[in-house]
Design a protein around this ligand. Sequence first.
Ligand SMILES: [Zn+2]
Length: 135
Amino acid sequence: MQNRDAVFLEDFCPKLRVRRWRQSLHTFTGESCIYCGKPSESIDHVLPRSRGGLSITENCVPACLSCNGHKSDAEAFDWYRRQRFYDPRRAMAIRAWMDGDLRLAIRLLEWAQPQIDKNQARSKDYSTDWDFQAA
Ligand SMILES: [Zn+2]
Protein backbone atom coordinates (compact mmCIF):
# COMPACT_ATOMS: atom_id res chain seq x y z
CA MET A 1 0.00 0.00 0.00
CA GLN A 2 2.77 2.39 0.89
CA ASN A 3 4.43 1.80 -2.46
CA ARG A 4 1.23 2.63 -4.31
CA ASP A 5 0.87 5.79 -2.27
CA ALA A 6 4.40 6.82 -3.19
CA VAL A 7 3.77 6.37 -6.91
CA PHE A 8 0.54 8.29 -6.53
CA LEU A 9 2.33 11.13 -4.77
CA GLU A 10 5.13 11.30 -7.34
CA ASP A 11 2.65 11.46 -10.20
CA PHE A 12 1.43 14.71 -8.73
CA CYS A 13 4.92 15.96 -7.82
CA PRO A 14 7.09 15.52 -10.93
CA LYS A 15 9.78 17.65 -9.28
CA LEU A 16 10.10 15.14 -6.48
CA ARG A 17 10.47 12.36 -9.03
CA VAL A 18 13.18 14.29 -10.91
CA ARG A 19 15.04 14.94 -7.66
CA ARG A 20 14.93 11.25 -6.71
CA TRP A 21 16.05 10.27 -10.20
CA ARG A 22 19.01 12.67 -10.01
CA GLN A 23 19.95 11.34 -6.58
CA SER A 24 19.84 7.78 -7.86
CA LEU A 25 22.26 8.70 -10.69
CA HIS A 26 24.74 10.09 -8.13
CA THR A 27 24.36 6.97 -6.02
CA PHE A 28 25.22 4.72 -8.98
CA THR A 29 28.71 6.22 -9.23
CA GLY A 30 29.25 6.48 -5.48
CA GLU A 31 28.63 10.24 -5.81
CA SER A 32 31.70 10.74 -7.96
CA CYS A 33 32.18 12.45 -11.32
CA ILE A 34 32.04 9.89 -14.14
CA TYR A 35 34.84 11.73 -15.99
CA CYS A 36 37.42 12.50 -13.29
CA GLY A 37 36.26 10.78 -10.08
CA LYS A 38 35.90 13.91 -7.96
CA PRO A 39 32.66 14.42 -5.99
CA SER A 40 29.74 14.77 -8.39
CA GLU A 41 27.92 18.05 -7.91
CA SER A 42 25.81 18.13 -11.05
CA ILE A 43 24.23 16.07 -13.80
CA ASP A 44 25.87 16.38 -17.21
CA HIS A 45 24.10 15.70 -20.51
CA VAL A 46 26.58 13.57 -22.50
CA LEU A 47 24.91 14.73 -25.71
CA PRO A 48 24.14 18.37 -24.87
CA ARG A 49 20.54 19.49 -24.75
CA SER A 50 21.44 22.12 -27.36
CA ARG A 51 22.12 19.23 -29.77
CA GLY A 52 18.93 17.41 -28.95
CA GLY A 53 20.23 15.37 -26.01
CA LEU A 54 17.42 14.02 -23.87
CA SER A 55 17.07 14.16 -20.10
CA ILE A 56 17.04 10.39 -19.73
CA THR A 57 19.29 8.14 -17.65
CA GLU A 58 21.25 6.99 -20.73
CA ASN A 59 22.24 10.57 -21.54
CA CYS A 60 22.70 11.96 -18.02
CA VAL A 61 25.82 11.25 -15.98
CA PRO A 62 26.99 12.53 -12.59
CA ALA A 63 29.76 15.11 -13.10
CA CYS A 64 31.68 17.62 -11.01
CA LEU A 65 31.05 21.28 -11.78
CA SER A 66 34.50 21.62 -13.32
CA CYS A 67 33.98 18.86 -15.91
CA ASN A 68 30.41 19.91 -16.58
CA GLY A 69 31.50 23.52 -17.15
CA HIS A 70 34.57 22.78 -19.27
CA LYS A 71 32.86 20.25 -21.47
CA SER A 72 29.91 22.57 -22.22
CA ASP A 73 28.76 21.87 -25.79
CA ALA A 74 31.83 19.91 -26.93
CA GLU A 75 31.46 16.33 -28.12
CA ALA A 76 31.89 14.39 -24.86
CA PHE A 77 34.41 11.80 -26.03
CA ASP A 78 36.52 14.29 -28.02
CA TRP A 79 36.63 16.55 -25.00
CA TYR A 80 37.32 13.72 -22.58
CA ARG A 81 40.26 12.31 -24.58
CA ARG A 82 42.02 15.68 -24.32
CA GLN A 83 41.83 15.78 -20.51
CA ARG A 84 44.80 14.95 -18.29
CA PHE A 85 42.60 12.71 -16.15
CA TYR A 86 41.42 10.72 -19.19
CA ASP A 87 40.97 7.05 -18.28
CA PRO A 88 39.93 4.56 -21.00
CA ARG A 89 38.06 2.52 -18.37
CA ARG A 90 35.93 5.56 -17.60
CA ALA A 91 35.36 6.19 -21.33
CA MET A 92 34.15 2.58 -21.62
CA ALA A 93 31.95 3.13 -18.57
CA ILE A 94 30.35 6.18 -20.20
CA ARG A 95 29.66 4.17 -23.38
CA ALA A 96 28.12 1.37 -21.31
CA TRP A 97 26.04 3.95 -19.42
CA MET A 98 24.78 5.41 -22.73
CA ASP A 99 23.89 1.89 -23.87
CA GLY A 100 21.75 1.61 -20.75
CA ASP A 101 24.03 -1.03 -19.20
CA LEU A 102 24.49 0.64 -15.80
CA ARG A 103 25.71 -2.61 -14.28
CA LEU A 104 28.67 -2.75 -16.65
CA ALA A 105 29.25 1.00 -16.25
CA ILE A 106 29.47 0.65 -12.45
CA ARG A 107 31.87 -2.31 -12.75
CA LEU A 108 34.15 -0.28 -15.02
CA LEU A 109 34.01 2.70 -12.68
CA GLU A 110 34.86 0.51 -9.71
CA TRP A 111 37.79 -0.81 -11.70
CA ALA A 112 38.96 2.75 -12.44
CA GLN A 113 38.31 3.87 -8.87
CA PRO A 114 38.58 0.94 -6.44
CA GLN A 115 37.92 3.15 -3.40
CA ILE A 116 34.25 3.43 -4.44
CA ASP A 117 33.86 -0.01 -2.90
CA LYS A 118 35.24 0.91 0.50
CA ASN A 119 33.97 4.45 0.90
CA GLN A 120 30.57 4.24 -0.73
CA ALA A 121 28.91 1.13 0.58
CA ARG A 122 25.62 2.41 -0.79
CA SER A 123 26.78 2.18 -4.40
CA LYS A 124 27.62 -1.45 -3.74
CA ASP A 125 24.06 -2.03 -2.55
CA TYR A 126 22.79 -0.51 -5.76
CA SER A 127 24.91 -2.71 -8.00
CA THR A 128 23.70 -5.72 -6.03
CA ASP A 129 20.14 -4.63 -6.72
CA TRP A 130 20.95 -4.49 -10.40
CA ASP A 131 22.41 -7.98 -10.33
CA PHE A 132 19.22 -9.16 -8.76
CA GLN A 133 16.99 -7.36 -11.26
CA ALA A 134 18.94 -8.59 -14.25
CA ALA A 135 18.96 -12.21 -13.09
ZN1 LIG B 1 34.93 15.83 -13.03
